[in-house]
Design a protein around this ligand. Structure first.
Ligand SMILES: [Zn+2]
Ligand SMILES: [Zn+2]
Length: 265
């Protein structure tokens, strides 16, 4: 095993995953309160004291709400690009142990190699991540995971970055018809969600899975579902109604607000 990946929770109301390698444990986003995060970690037999770092994709509260509460854990490093760190810091009294990276750069943390890349979303400088780990000499070489949520559309750069990873976490935010019919969201909000810097629909997510040539994935997690404008059933329907093309990988859908079993690869 090179990595163990656990979605602690993923939806429009909060996102956080745990990625463990041989030599480190990190959180990808921290979109629940500090207390809730500690509780979620406990449910999978971990604790915040054992987590080494948090990697933030962008400043929206469903990805960063926990940073305030996590500030008191001084051992925790918080990785973000400058614009995201500035936006998050502006709402905090204390200063987390920021570690800044440039969007587009590749850097190391313990036995992880991390690459960030720009994604189209209405935040200051939102990113997706590729995490790689494992010994080059092992049977599988390095193993890799891509984390790509909160994006209005899938750019060519994103397609290039995610094509050959082993595990892909991709947003399937809303069903376009459910969003159009939703009585609670005013029209401008609907425009924002479905726009070029909003969120990826089920249809757009499936289109990517069905059209990207020769993907290397063994498992795809569809995540960041909207609680009001999507459901696991809708996403699953889309998956099975999709292409006739034989899929060489498995697909899991992350139910909003639920912790998924750990996935080892
Ligand atoms: Zn967002
Ligand atoms: Zn989000």
């Amino acid at each position: 095993m090179a990595m163990r990946f656990t979605i602690l929770g993923s939806s429009s109301s909060g996102n956080c995953s745990l990625l463990a390698t041989q030599h480190c444990k990190i959180l990808i986003d921290a979109g629940f309160s500090g207390r809730q995060l500690c509780r979620l970690l406990k449910t999978v037999g971990e604790s915040i004291e054992q987590v080494d770092a948090v990697f933030l994709t962008h400043e929206h509260s469903d990805h960063t709400a926990g940073i305030r509460g996590l500030c008191r854990f001084r051992h925790l490093k918080v990785y973000a690009n400058r614009s995201t760190a500035r936006a998050v810091q502006s709402k905090l009294k204390r200063r987390p142990n920021w570690k800044l990276f440039e969007t587009g750069s590749t850097f190391a943390f313990r036995d992880l190699e991390i690459t960030s890349f720009a994604i189209p979303h209405d935040a200051y400088d939102p990113v997706g991540f590729i995490f790689k780990s494992g010994r080059d000499a092992s049977l599988h070489g390095k193993r890799s995971l891509a984390w790509v949520t909160d994006l209005g559309y899938v750019s060519e750069l994103i397609k290039q970055r995610i094509r050959k990873v082993d595990v892909l976490v991709l947003e399937a935010n809303h069903d376009t018809q459910m969003l159009a019919r939703d009585p609670r969201r005013p029209w401008p909000v609907k425009q924002r969600i479905s726009g070029r810097h909003g969120h990826l629909s089920n249809e757009a997510a499936l289109e990517l899975l069905d059209t990207l040539e020769d993907p290397g994935w063994e498992h795809v997690f569809l995540a960041h579902l909207s609680k009001d404008c999507n459901s696991v059933e809708k996403v699953s329907q889309n998956v099975s109604n999709g292409t006739n093309r034989e899929r060489s990988y498995r697909i899991s859908v992350a139910p909003p607000g639920e912790t998924l079993p750990p996935y080892e690869f």
